[in-house]
Design a protein. Structure first.
Length: 494
């Protein structure tokens, strides 16, 4: 019995010790790694931790060594006021130490925190910096693009802005011209590159070389290749109409300068195919509305299109639109109790067909195409001023679109409307400030005057806007503190 136990016991002990040595050997190797590798893995991200983000579609995670765990979505948690609709869609492993997170949704405004858990290196060292923090700036708001764009101070005049090939062109009354040209007040056009975020004067400043009242006597227009301007030309005593285009880095005449029969005010331009049209208050015909046209491809002279359109004088500009190959114009008719009108030109009878939109009293109108629909907008007085929008239906009847909205107790001026995301938008001067409205998908006017860091500039009295690539750009006479007071400022809503 004793010998049998003696024989068995060592075998058990040898087996136990042998397997124990194997076990101890394995743990000893890990223990040595742990003792020699005590460095915690760390993380660098792109965008960098702490960045301000307006969009966040991907995050690249670059670790200091090979790690396990980042490929699992369950190891990430997103929180914070700026999270908005952000969510992780998928995570790609690019290498043992590099991963890419793809996200859906958009950030809001505020802090965004990505908490990381369960990520460690091969010996179990946990991640040193286990969170990423961003500041979300994703909600639409007004943002400064450029300030101090004018050569000097701006007077209380209107502004004009158009877009061509990713550049914004702004015409403004240039008071510096008075100092340079013996007291002649003129206008200058400045170009802003959306890509380069820089601005420069387009051609020579003081481009007309004339004396004129203000930039309510100037307009800009851009087709797909060329910038045009029309203005009240002071090179003759009676301030007739002139049109120029920017070509080969200089402003050149389109046809004869000073071509109107008498003085003009508040011109507007539009071009269709090779025909360019200008509307204005015709001083030779009691300030009634007139339209002249010229083919830019030949040397023919400017010619009046039909006869006078309004019964009496017009006020502010009378914009035009070409819709279904027909020319439309909107205006206030001072000879018809200042009612708002739209008139369509009939090329067959060479006559205008004016239609009174209603019996309200207005000061200014706008006409434009949004989506595939022709709209007209005008303010009218009913105690306070309200804004009304109508559209042309398939029966060529003007019908109401969206509810009228209260816009100001003061008379709105410098009305400018257009298409934003295939919906109407308008901006105008409200008293001494600036207001911006757009129509939402529910056909309700939404006020976009306030949000953003540019609130102070948006109180600027004079303004005009243009839309490009689903962003709205607004030029204003800035009323912020020095050095921006009464200077030209450009903003975008995005």
């Amino acid at each position: 019995m004793i010998s049998r136990y003696a024989m068995w016991l060592p075998k058990r002990l040898i087996f136990f010790v042998f397997t124990g040595l194997q076990f101890c050997s394995y743990n000893l190797e890990q223990q040595i790694d742990r003792e020699t590798d005590t460095t915690l893995p760390n993380l660098i991200s792109n965008p960098l931790n702490g960045s301000t983000v307006r969009s966040l579609s991907t995050i690249e995670l670059i670790f200091s060594e090979a790690v396990a765990g980042p490929e699992l979505k369950s190891n990430f948690d997103i929180s914070g006021a700026g999270k908005n609709t952000l969510a992780i869609d998928r995570i790609e492993k690019l290498s043992d130490s590099k991963f890419r997170i793809s996200l859906t949704g958009t950030p809001g405004d505020g802090e965004i925190t990505f908490n990381l858990s369960g990520i460690q290196d091969k010996v179990g060292n946990l991640l040193e910096n286990s969170s990423l923090n961003y500041k979300g700036d994703g909600l639409p708001k007004w943002r400064y693009l450029a300030r101090n764009m004018s050569r000097g101070l701006l007077p209380s005049d209107g502004l004009n802005i158009v877009e061509l090939n990713g550049n914004l062109y702004i015409a403004y009354t240039d008071l510096e011209c008075e100092n340079e040209n013996g007291g002649k007040r003129d206008f200058t056009v400045v170009k802003f590159s959306i890509t380069d975020q820089s601005f420069s004067t387009t051609g020579s400043p003081c481009l007309s070389g004339t004396t004129f009242n203000n930039t309510s006597s100037v307009t800009l227009y851009a087709d797909t290749t060329t910038i045009y301007t029309a203005y009240r030309d002071g090179n003759t005593p009676d301030y007739k109409a002139s049109v120029k285009k920017f070509e080969n880095n200089q402003w050149v005449a389109v046809g004869n300068l000073n071509f109107s029969p008498g003085s003009i005010l508040t011109p507007s331009l539009i071009k269709s195919n090779n025909d360019i049209y200008i509307s204005f208050r015709d001083g030779s015909n009691s300030n009634r509305l007139a339209v002249y046209t010229k083919n830019v491809g030949n040397s023919n002279a400017w010619a009046q299109l039909g006869s006078a359109i309004s019964q009496g004088n017009t006020f502010h500009s009378s914009p035009m639109a070409v819709f279904n190959n027909q020319l439309y114009i909107s205006f206030r008719d001072g000879g018809a109790s200042s009612h708002p009108y739209v008139s369509r030109y009939d090329s067959g009878s060479t006559s205008w067909n004016p239609i009174a939109l209603d019996n309200s009293t207005t000061r200014t109108t706008s006409i434009f195409i949004a989506g595939e629909v022709l709209y007209t907008v005008y303010p009218y007085s009913s105690g306070n001023w309200l804004l009304r929008v109508k559209y042309l239906d398939t029966d060529l009847l003007w019908k109401s679109y969206a509810a009228d909205t209260d816009v100001s107790s003061s008379t709105p001026n410098w009305l400018n409307c257009g298409s934003y995301q295939s919906r109407p938008y308008c901006n105008y001067q409200s008293g001494s400030g600036f207001s911006f409205l757009r129509v939402t998908e529910n056909n309700v006017w939404q006020d976009l005057s306030s949000p953003g860091a540019a609130d102070s500039a948006l109180n600027g009295a004079n303004t005009n806007s243009v839309q490009h690539n689903n962003k709205i750009y607004v030029a204003v006479r800035d009323t912020d503190v020095a050095p921006y007071t009464d200077r030209l400022t450009l903003l975008s809503y995005e």
